[in-house]
Design a protein around this ligand. Structure first.
Ligand code: ADA
Length: 587
């Protein structure tokens, strides 16, 4: 599988969104019966892509298993000399892909992108046919693991299908394969350490120029040109230290974005053009603080989920714009991508709105249900998903920390083996950002010494000390102090605290499940958090109510949102707005 950073600004792409043919395959007969060779799909259903299958028709609401998608697509005749890839931004959970009856590849993992080269399978100037077999079957070795739609080892709905964009991308066979940008600050100057990988897949030696441009709102700020000679079937990585004078730094109050353009030219026409956005900022851990551009920051925000009626995990631009407007209005400056990498559009808005993001991997639910956390199959999958997530988002200024797990069984000695591998993989892909995991083991946790930042999920007053906010406050305060005493140099973030509230249920005095109790609990936690100078952030769980599997403990939704699933405010939204707006982004 060839990894190409899909800039999609200057290259030619064909969006494959739309109605695809769809058919479930509960007995898993499709491959043996070669459904990927079918000419006639008249008896198949039609579903919209991108969107999970679950809420598009009640027939698929609780379906877990194999299902087939297919559509025809036209490829222009003049693409016949090009490198052509088919990109999938997200398919939950496994995908196997055939084009014109030929198997082209497979991918496991529901929340990171993948692509396959297909030019040698194409009929240029004609219709081509793609089949995708999706399988969202959970096992004890999927990441995340589970046993069924109502027996997931994680607390969110297990949607299935092609739920993020699918598109074709064509480039020259002399192209930019990858760009890594690491920024630094030197007085008023921005330093952009650029690493550009160029590939020559042609059979000739190619002499060309590589032009690197930094652009600020259409004004050329800096340009470097490098002569390049590439042997046939070879690649080269060009490293360049670029100075940006009078740099406008990226920060929550002014998230300034530059454009970075890489042009391969032979002096006449452009052979390939790759563009991406970036921000000039630094992130460092020092003396128990998280420093952004050298200033200690305080994260105030949420754990979120990608969830909305009918669209499931496919939050379109309008819903994301609504969410970001609401978060901005609340005075929020941060969120965690709980519990999986979010969509590109989601992360694009984080860059544009100046949110400080903890990018979390899909490694949730690794606890008792899983036999061995150091199982080589699990370790390999976790490492690959970390690599894919970081390769996609490594140039984003909004991403400041990588959370490698959510609530793993970090009391088990063997978790240290898994965590060590995960940390090494994260650092191999990006040594610049601190790493963490969200712990629910607190003082019993046996792996906190291995990470840079400590994140904890607390539910005193909800799952324990039910209804007793006095005791919850005392316990939270004591446990935080003891954790700080054990790890005095590590910043602490409370990554989850909250309570379920059924919208419209009111109780005076506040009582569990009422809007008043949720608001009181959040206020109680926030007072404790603000009273601890070593706590550098608090994320309310959750931004909005979200769908979960069926269980006696859930009323069709996890209702810890301060907004309903359709984003109507509960009492807590007003309270959180008062609390967040009073708290500063800088300590
Ligand atoms: C855990 C978990 C969340 C959610 C939360 C809750 O902390 O990380 O995904 O399940 O509890 O609502 O109970």
């Amino acid at each position: 599988m060839v990894w190409m950073s899909s800039s999609r600004f200057e290259r030619e792409s064909i969006d494959l969104s739309g109605f695809w043919y769809f058919k479930t395959d509960p007995e898993g007969r499709g491959e043996v019966e070669k459904w990927f060779e079918k000419e006639q799909l008249k008896d198949w259903d039609r579903l919209y892509v991108p969107c999970p299958w679950n809420e598009q028709d009640s027939a698929y609401a609780w379906y877990m298993g194999k299902a087939w998608y297919s559509r025809d697509f036209y490829v222009p005749k003049d693409w016949n000399e090009k490198a052509v890839s088919i990109f999938f931004e997200g398919v939950n959970y496994r995908a196997k892909v055939w084009v014109n009856k030929i198997f082209i590849g497979e991918h496991e993992g529901g929340f990171t992108p993948f692509c396959f080269r297909i030019e040698d399978k194409m009929k240029f100037g004609y219709d081509n046919r793609v089949f995708v077999m999706v399988d969202n079957t959970l096992t004890k070795k999927t990441i995340p693991p589970g046993e069924g739609m109502n027996r997931t080892y994680f607390d969110f709905f297990h949607y299935g299908g092609i739920y993020r964009e699918v598109y074709l991308l064509s480039t020259s066979k002399l192209y930019v394969k990858d760009v890594t940008l690491r920024t630094d600050i030197d007085g008023g100057r921005g330093i952009v350490n650029a690493s550009v990988n160029v590939v020559n897949e042609t059979t000739e030696t190619r002499s060309c120029q590589l032009i690197l441009r930094v652009i600020d709102s259409n004004e050329l700020v800096n340009e470097n040109t490098e002569p390049l000679v590439l042997e046939p079937s070879s690649d080269r990585t060009v490293e360049k230290r670029i100075i940006v004078k009078n740099a406008k730094l990226w920060c929550p109050e002014d998230p300034h974005l530059y454009k970075f353009a890489v042009i391969i030219t032979d002096g006449g026409s452009n052979i390939d053009v790759f563009e991406t956005r970036f921000g000039i900022r630094t992130v460092r851990i020092e003396n128990g603080r998280i420093l952004l551009n050298g200033r200690p920051i305080f994260l105030k925000g949420f754990g979120r989920h990608e969830d909305f009626p009918i669209l499931g995990k496919t939050l379109n631009g309008a819903i994301l714009r609504k969410d970001f407007g609401l978060m901005k209005d609340l005075g929020c400056n941060s969120f965690r991508t709980s519990h999986y990498p979010y969509s590109k559009t989601h992360m694009d808005l984080a860059d544009e709105y100046g949110f400080l993001v903890i990018l979390e991997m899909p490694t949730v639910g690794l606890w008792q249900g899983v036999e061995r956390l150091d199982d080589p199959e699990i370790v390999e999958k976790v490492k690959r998903m970390i690599c894919e997530a970081i390769q996609r988002d490594k140039n984003r200024p909004s991403v400041i920390i990588y959370s490698l797990f959510n609530e793993p069984d970090s009391c088990r000695e063997e978790f240290r083996i898994l965590l060590k591998e995960a940390i090494e993989e994260a650092r191999r892909n990006d040594p610049t950002r601190p790493v963490t995991f969200a712990s629910c083991m607190h003082l019993e946790d046996k792996a906190l010494d291995m990470v840079d930042v400590l994140c904890f999920n607390f539910y005193y007053g909800w799952y324990t000390l039910c209804g007793d906010l006095e005791a919850a406050s005392r316990t939270l305060s004591r446990v935080l102090d003891e954790l700080h005493e054990k790890y005095p140099d590590k910043p602490i973030i409370v990554t989850e605290f909250g309570a379920d509230a059924i919208a419209g249920v009111h109780r005076d005095p506040p009582e569990m499940w009422s809007e008043e109790y949720q608001a009181e609990l959040i206020k109680t936690y926030w007072n404790v958090i603000l009273s601890k100078k070593y706590v550098v952030g608090g994320h309310v769980w959750n931004f909005a109510d979200f769908r979960v599997g069926q269980s006696p403990g859930r009323t069709t939704l996890n209702r810890k949102g301060i907004f309903t699933r359709t984003r109507d405010p509960k009492l807590s939204a007003k309270i959180v707005r008062e609390l967040f707006r009073k708290a500063s982004t800088y300590l």
